[in-house]
Design a binder for this molecule. Structure first.
Ligand code: PLP
Length: 375
C-alpha cells in the first residue's frame, strides 16, 4: 500500500527497473562502467571560467524567466539562421532538455490524450506523458530502429495529440535520415498533431548530417540542451523553440515552476561560442567504431550513427535483466533494454568512456557471450 498522502498519478510512474540497476551498481566498487549517459570529456576551460566569473560578479539571483538577454539573442540568431522562413518561431532558455520536455507535455497533453513514442525510447518519455495524464502509444522500430511510416500511421487515432520524436536516439544511436524525418513531419502535418523533436544529441552524428523535422513542418516544437554537447549535464541548461503560442504557455508554466534556468551558468554557457567541440565528437566517432568492431560479430546491432550508445541484441532466451545480473558479476555495468522498451531483448552500451574502459568492456562482453552460448 502506498502512503496515504501520495497522489494517484505517482502510481502511473514506474522506476523499479532503473532502481534495480542502481542497486546492482552499488555492489561494485570499481566497475567497468558502460552505463553512463553523459560525456566523459571535461567541460572546456572557457566555459568553466565564464561560469566562475559570473558567480564572482554576483550574478547569482534569479534571471528573467525566458533566460538572460545575450543567451536569448544567441539562440534567436541560431534559430533564425536555421529556419529563416519560420516567422512565428520563438525560443527560450529552460532547465535542461528535461525541463523543456516537462513543460511541453504539461502544456500540450490533456488527460486521455495519446502521445506516440517510438520504441525503444528515452526513459523519461513515458513517465512525463503519464504525469500529464496522457497515454503512451508505442511504435515498434525493431530490428534496425528505423521509423516505418506505415507503423506510425497505424498508431495514430482520433485521440492522438502529440508525436514525440528523438534523433539521434537514446538508447539506439539511430540517426533518422531525411526520408524518415520527412515522413514524421508529413504525418504530423496531415493529422494536425503537435510534433516534439528532442534534438539533444544533434552534435553527435558520425556518418550523415543531422536532419530536424522542423525543416519540413514549421509547427515542430524543438527541445534541445547543452548537457551532452559541452558535458555540462549538472548545469541544467536547455532551450526550446517552436510556435509562439505554445512557447508562451511553456514560459507561463516555467514562471510558476522552475522560475528560470540556473542564472550564473547561463553566463557560463555563453562562452560555448569560443570553443570547437569537433575533436570531442571525432573521438566519439572512433569510440563508436571500437564498440562496433569489437562486438558486432557476436551481438547483432545496426551500426550506431549518433549519440553515444549501442543497443545490441542478446542471444535468444536471455533477457536484458538476466544479462545485466551476469555482467555485474564480471564487474561490468550496462543497462537492460527493458528500461527503454516494451521488450527486454537488448542491452544499452554507452561508449562515453575511456578507450581503456571500452576495451575492457568488450573483453567481458565477448566472454559473457561465449559462456551464454555454451549453456
Ligand atoms: C534523449 C534525451 N533527451 C533529454 C535528455 C535530458 O537532458 P538534459 O540533461 O538536458 O535534461 C536526455 C538525457 O539523457 C536524453 O538522452
Amino acid at each position: 500500500m502506498p502512503h496515504p498522502w501520495i497522489a494517484q498519478r505517482m502510481s502511473r510512474i514506474d522506476s523499479s527497473g532503473i532502481r534495480r540497476v542502481f542497486d546492482l551498481a552499488a555492489q561494485l566498487t570499481d566497475p567497468v562502467n558502460l552505463s553512463i549517459g553523459q560525456p566523459d570529456f571535461p567541460v572546456p576551460e572557457p566555459i568553466k571560467q565564464a561560469a566562475v566569473e559570473a558567480i564572482r560578479q554576483d550574478r547569482n539571483g534569479y534571471s528573467v524567466t525566458q533566460g538572460i538577454a545575450p543567451l536569448l539573442e544567441r539562440l534567436r540568431e541560431q534559430v533564425a539562421r536555421e529556419y529563416p522562413q519560420h516567422a512565428d518561431r520563438q525560443v527560450f532558455v529552460t532547465s535542461g532538455t528535461s525541463g523543456a520536455l516537462l513543460l511541453a507535455l504539461m502544456v500540450l497533453v490533456d488527460p486521455g490524450d495519446e502521445v506516440v513514442v517510438m520504441d525503444p525510447y528515452f526513459v523519461m518519455y513515458p513517465a512525463l506523458v503519464s504525469l500529464a495524464g496522457g497515454k503512451v502509444v508505442l511504435v515498434d522500430t525493431y530490428p534496425d530502429f528505423r521509423l516505418r511510416p506505415e507503423r506510425l500511421q497505424a498508431a495514430i487515432t482520433p485521440r492522438t495529440k502529440v508525436i514525440l520524436f528523438n534523433s539521434p536516439c537514446n538508447p539506439t544511436g539511430h540517426v533518422a535520415d531525411e526520408e524518415e524525418v520527412q515522413a514524421v513531419a508529413q504525418l504530423a502535418r496531415e493529422h494536425g498533431l503537435a510534433l516534439i523533436s528532442d534534438e539533444i544529441y544533434r552534435q553527435f552524428c558520425y556518418d550523415q548530417p543531422f536532419v530536424s523535422p522542423a525543416r519540413f513542418y514549421e509547427q515542430t516544437l524543438v527541445v534541445d540542451g547543452y548537457s551532452k554537447a559541452y558535458a555540462v549535464t549538472g548545469w541544467r541548461l536547455g532551450f526550446a523553440h517552436g510556435p509562439s503560442e505554445v512557447i508562451q504557455e511553456m514560459l507561463k508554466l516555467q514562471q510558476y515552476s522552475f522560475v528560470c534556468a540556473p542564472h550564473p551558468l547561463q553566463w557560463g554557457i555563453l562562452a560555448a561560442e569560443q570553443v570547437d567541440m569537433s575533436p570531442q565528437v571525432e573521438a566519439y566517432r572512433r569510440k563508436r567504431d571500437l564498440i562496433h568492431q569489437g562486438l558486432a560479430d557476436l551481438y547483432p546491432m545496426p551500426k550506431p550513427q549518433g549519440a553515444f550508445y549501442a543497443f545490441v541484441q542478446l542471444p535468444p532466451g536471455t533477457t536484458g535483466q538476466q544479462f545485466v545480473e551476469e555482467a555485474v558479476k564480471e564487474q561490468l555495468l550496462v543497462i537492460p533494454g527493458g528500461i527503454f522498451s516494451s521488450r527486454d531483448t537488448h542491452i544499452r552500451i554507452s561508449y562515453a568512456a575511456s578507450d581503456e574502459t571500452i576495451r575492457r568492456g568488450i573483453d567481458i562482453l565477448r566472454r559473457l557471450h561465449r559462456r551464454l552460448a555454451a549453456t
